[in-house]
Write a protein that binds this ligand. Structure first.
Ligand SMILES: Cc1ncc(COP(=O)(O)O)c(C=O)c1O
Length: 373
């Protein structure tokens, strides 16, 4: 069994995708061009934002807004401790300081912990609170309704790390439409993945979109490409990824229905046996991961080993919270007590999740889980 079955998805879109790939190659535009602009318009419309700037990956998608806002040394950026390394790495890369915040039972940023962290930084007076990077972990948007209220009070920039969130919703609004700027990743395993690395940034702020487009190409002047107005990156999305993303977008909403069906079935069959995922009432998840929680690290190790023996792949996202990462131990970051992040890192495990799971396969996963337990 596959943890994520990308081959089944390819079989579904193969005829159209193969033809579109050949067409794209034969057109001879490999960098940028109309196909990128058309894809950006389609993605912006899909999430409900005015502007989309595609880019090289989900990490650069986070780095570029930090650069555009001039976030750097002496600035505090609040980020959950329970996330993928890149969510916090980009802050240190800009020489700003990540301030780790705990998560709640949805695995997303805990708003009370965020408030405490901001207050502590303000009281200490060493760093300037500047921004919040809230993550849509496992596919569910963070509580942006509440996070944006806190941000307003302290005049902070809100960045949505929607690398895993694309396709999720909160209060009827799509992921990648929250805060001042949102980002996503098209890494192949993501809900909307390409065939290589890729990412996108979304905003309603025209000035920011212009800056991001400039940073994407070495800080170039949009009117004169050999006049560089700022320090930037080489962070474009390859044009060859446009047919991949377009063909996958054509079937994306149907895939979301299938992911929800698989999650519902897992929920039903695992009820009472283990902590199943908690999705807030006003939210939907794109089910980038289906993550359950055991009572202890020992039990998790036993269950994962047992399932492996029965041929069922499982993964741990994420085994080490950010504030315990070796790279961040040397970082003078404020630790506001991330108890849940520590507990979840020791006890979570993710089960196979993709739109092409059959009822038989889900039964097989659940039976293997029960036996291993
Ligand atoms: C939450 C989160 N943020 C950022 C990233 C970085 O995306 P990429 O791998 O495309 O650079 C990822 C990718 O795994 C992620 O899961």
């Amino acid at each position: 069994m596959q943890f994520i079955n990308l081959k089944a998805q390819y079989e579904r879109i193969k005829d159209k995708l193969d033809a579109e790939m050949i067409k794209t190659i034969s057109e001879g535009t490999y960098i940028m061009g109309k196909r990128i602009l058309d894809l950006e318009a389609r993605l912006a419309e899909y999430v409900g934002r005015k502007y989309c700037v595609t880019c090289s990956n989900g990490t650069d998608a986070l780095t570029m807004p930090l650069m555009a806002y001039g976030i750097g040394e002496g600035d505090a950026v609040f980020v959950p401790s329970f996330t993928f390394f890149a969510s916090a790495e980009v802050i240190s890369l800009q020489k700003a300081t990540p301030v780790f915040v705990d998560v709640d039972e949805t695995y997303n940023m805990d708003v009370e912990s965020l408030k405490n962290a901001i207050k502590a930084v303000v009281a200490e007076g060493k760093l300037k609170p500047k921004a919040i990077i809230a993550v849509d972990l496992f596919g569910q948007p963070a509580r942006f309704d509440l996070i944006c209220e806190v941000a307003k009070e302290y005049n902070l920039i809100v960045i949505e790390d929607g690398a895993q969130g694309f396709g999720g919703t909160l209060n009827g609004k799509k992921a990648c439409s929250f805060g001042d700027v949102s980002t996503t990743s098209f890494f192949p395993a993501k809900p909307l993945g390409c065939y290589g690395d890729g990412g996108a940034i979304f905003t309603d702020d025209e000035e920011l979109a212009i800056k991001l487009r400039s940073i994407r190409v070495h800080g170039s002047n949009p009117k004169d490409k050999y006049d560089n107005v700022t320090i930037g990156l080489n962070a474009r999305l390859d044009t060859i990824q446009t047919p991949v993303l377009n063909c996958k977008l054509d079937i994306f909403d149907d895939e979301l229905i299938k992911r929800q069906w698989a999650a519902d079935l897992y929920n039903e069959k695992l009820k009472g046996l283990v902590e199943t995922p908690v999705v807030a009432e006003n939210a939907t998840s794109s089910w980038a991961q289906y993550t359950i929680r055991l009572d202890s690290a020992e039990k998790r190790a036993k269950v994962m080993a047992g399932m492996k023996e029965l041929g069922i792949p499982t993964m741990i996202y994420y085994p080490t919270p950010m504030h315990e990462q070796t790279a961040f131990k040397v970082n003078p970051c404020v630790n506001c007590g991330c108890e849940k992040s520590e507990l979840y890192s020791k006890t979570v495990m993710s089960l196979p999740m993709h739109p092409y799971l059959t009822e038989e396969e889900i039964n097989e996963v659940v039976e293997a889980f029960k036996k291993s337990l």
